[in-house]
Design a protein around this ligand. Structure first.
Ligand code: IPD
Ligand code: CA
Ligand code: CA
Length: 272
């Protein structure tokens, strides 16, 4: 197997993500996808599975032997010592948006080495934006450098979040929502975690918090970190999971509001 540089990995992953985006646009145009439900209420379309299959085949042919964690085809492929190189893929982030005809939809492809997220591509086919980053090389949107906002107080901060598909799990998140609405500029629920994180990276949003799955955040995490945003968790990360793969209690924000956001959200949790 050739030893790829990070830049080469990024270039290949970007082409794959943009081709996947083309499949997504076509599926919407033709309305050619079936709708199903997994785990009760969670929508999955035929397009999610077809795009995952396409990305997976492409990665397998370019990077044989490297492990893939992807939402539809291999969601249980957790990080292990035997997977020093790991691709983390969400074929369609924003499935409900996709099925409803909304535009906040993304393909998310991240790559980790020895537990550290090093490369990420988030492509939004309907917004015609591709966010990219590789460790140490900065972050870009459509090849233009990006950086987070200059927000430095909660009252002027626009905050995004999301909610789990399981309705019974939403109640516990209400105190955080109330705290944000009471203390920040406002809230957004745009429906694609990868794009929420990229929107913090490029300064359209000031903070984002949520508990998600690895494929929702790994690529965006690299992009936000490389852009100069603060990426972290509201609570300590268990010692048996790499920080860059631990998807619970994420907080991504512009640096000057990070510690105030941590306090706000933790206080909301403990008052619940
Ligand atoms: C979902 C979106 C949503 C977030 C959910 C995710 P999916 O991903 O990112 O914004 O709130 O937690 O599951 O199911 O559309 O790939
Ligand atoms: Ca997702
Ligand atoms: Ca998905």
């Amino acid at each position: 197997m050739p030893a790829y540089t990070l830049k080469e990995r990024l270039d290949i992953a970007r082409v794959i993500a943009e081709q996947a985006g083309q499949m997504i646009r076509q599926a919407r145009q033709e309305q050619s996808f079936g709708r199903h439900y997994k785990a009760g209420d969670e929508l999955v379309t035929d397009a999610d599975v077809a795009v995952d299959r396409f990305i997976s085949d492409q990665l397998a042919s370019h990077f044989p032997g490297e492990t893939r964690l992807s939402e539809e085809l291999s969601p249980d492929q957790a990080f292990s010592e035997s997977a020093p190189q790991l691709w983390v893929v969400d074929p369609i982030d924003g499935t409900v948006n996709f099925a409803q005809g909304l535009r906040h939809v993304a393909v998310s492809i991240g790559w980790m080495e020895d537990g550290v997220a090093k490369m990420g591509v988030v492509h939004a086919p309907f917004l015609e934006e591709t966010f990219t980053a590789a460790e140490g090389a900065g972050a870009f949107c459509n090849d233009q450098p990006i950086r987070p906002s200059g927000a430095n107080e909660l009252a002027r901060s626009l905050v995004a979040t999301g909610f789990p598909y399981q309705r019974e799990a939403r109640e516990a998140l209400m105190p955080r929502l109330a705290a944000v609405l009471a203390n920040c500029r406002d809230i957004r629920r745009n429906g694609a975690a990868a794009l929420d994180i990229c929107d913090v990276a490029c300064g359209r949003l000031d903070a984002y918090y949520e508990s998600v799955s690895p494929w929702d955040f790994v690529a965006g995490w690299v992009i936000a970190r490389e852009a100069g945003a603060s990426v972290g968790h509201l609570y300590d990360v268990p010692t048996d999971v790499p920080e860059d793969l631990y998807s619970q209690h994420l907080l991504v924000s512009t640096p000057a509001v990070h510690s105030a956001m941590v306090r706000l959200l933790r206080d909301a949790d403990s008052a619940a």
